[in-house]
Design a protein around this ligand. Structure first.
Ligand code: NAD
Length: 252
């Protein structure tokens, strides 16, 4: 098992990519704090992991609130005695539409969840990593940061910021043996799919988007979880500051 004796937090772990990451990490031996603004969803994912023989606890946490983030990080220490891996995966998006139709409230929410939350989680987790002599942070970014689609300008900008935060944190925290990497998924089969497409989720509309991806399909939670597993495992001990496309060739 590649994550034996490690402890991870996965935000947005109650569904989609975060659920996939939580389940794979647990199957690879990690104890997982599944954190989500949707508390019951987080608890359900953690319970299913427990029933499958893994170790997990579900916590309700809004990643844009410092007090919730502090409690989420404390949950790792209290339940499992340490923290090795922080996955900033929770995300918010606006429906595909003109940037002129995006409200200020939507803008603030998207930047708070996709960018500020990375900073808030670092405030709480980095001191713990320092005490332990190192750690690993993984941010779920997007191909939106690298090859933006029209109609998603505000979301695209937030993921661009997430990529630069990833690289800047990687150089700033490297002396303390804290690695920071990002995953850039192409459009995937999760709760956010219809938001990104901006049109109903029909087979015809799916085909149009799939046609823009050289390998001809959407990303899945399993694809993203495998990339996260690589970054989290000791095999990647010399890998930091990488924003890796998991995109079937979309960004080429
Ligand atoms: N689905 C895609 O097409 C796609 C593509 C590229 C990147 N992403 C990114 O992947 C990540 C995961 O999204 P997903 O596609 O699995 O969608 P999803 O909607 O299935 O999962 C997102 C989870 O984040 C949680 N969440 C939202 N706001 C939160 C907050 N303030 N605090 C805590 N949890 C919160 C939600 O409750 C939900 O469980 C996001 O960062 C998203 O931007 C998604």
């Amino acid at each position: 098992m590649r994550l034996e004796n490690k402890v991870a937090i996965v935000t947005g772990g109650g569904s989609g990519f975060g659920q996939g990451i939580s389940e794979l990490f647990a199957a690879e031996g990690a104890a997982v704090v599944v954190a989500d603004i949707n508390g019951p969803a987080a608890v359900a994912v953690a319970e299913a992991i427990g029933e499958a023989g893994g170790r997990a606890v579900g916590v309700q946490a809004d990643v844009t609130k410092r007090s919730d983030v502090a409690a989420m990080v404390a949950a790792a220490s209290e339940n499992f005695g340490r923290l090795d891996i922080l996955v900033n995966n929770a995300g918010a998006a606006h429906r595909n539409k003109s940037m002129l139709e995006v409200s200020e409230e939507e803008f603030d929410l998207i930047y708070n969840v996709n960018v500020k939350a990375i900073y808030l989680a670092a405030l709480e987790a980095v001191p713990l990593f320092r005490k332990q002599g190192g750690g690993c942070i993984i941010n779920t970014s997007s191909t939106a940061a690298l090859r933006p689609r029209p109609g998603l300008t505000v979301y695209n900008g937030s993921k661009g910021a997430a990529n630069i935060m990833t690289k800047s944190m990687a150089v700033e925290l490297a002396p303390e043996k804290i690695r920071v990497n990002a995953i850039c998924p192409v459009i995937g089969e999760t709760g956010l799919l219809e938001t990104f497409m901006g049109v109903p989720d029909t087979p015809e509309n799916r085909k149009k988007f799939e046609a823009t991806i050289p390998l001809g399909r959407f990303s899945t939670p399993a694809d993203i979880a495998q990339a996260a597993l690589y970054f989290a495992a000791d095999e990647a001990s010399f890998i930091t500051g990488v924003c890796m496309e998991v995109d079937g060739g979309r960004c080429i």
